[in-house]
Design a binder for this molecule. Structure first.
Ligand SMILES: [Cu+2]
Length: 119
């Protein structure tokens, strides 16, 4: 006997939920190494709507990771003490500066980077 299909059909699975008119949700993993006195990489580009999972580790002493305009401010433990994970979902396109938030030496003030969120 035939079964009448009504209501929602079974579509092929989607990678992620998508709101019409919005870019597809995306998760990006970024590994960053902090060392005196830089972050590598120091420029990260993502699409609006994406969630970034940063994995941060130090190649020397303790550093910090602060994203300006957010409440993210974490300590990156010194070399050998493992990585930290920071999840960041920017709510609008634009540039989010980040910087070292733990005094780490003479070049501390130069230790910064940017997350560029593209529409
Ligand atoms: Cu520093």
């Amino acid at each position: 006997m035939a079964v009448a299909m009504t209501g929602p059909q079974f579509d092929a699975p989607h990678a992620a939920a998508q709101v019409p008119g919005e870019p597809p949700a995306q998760k990006v993993t970024v590994h960053i190494v902090a060392e005196r006195f830089r972050f590598s990489p120091d420029e990260i580009r993502i699409r609006r709507g994406a969630t970034v999972e940063f994995h941060l580790e130090s190649d020397d002493t303790d550093h910090g990771f602060r994203i300006l305009g957010t409440d993210i401010d974490r300590v990156i433990p010194k070399r050998g003490r493992g990585a930290i994970t920071v999840v960041f979902t920017p709510d609008h396109a634009g540039k989010y500066a980040f910087e070292c938030s733990k005094i780490c030496g003479a070049g501390h003030d130069f230790m910064h980077g940017v997350v560029v969120v593209e529409d």
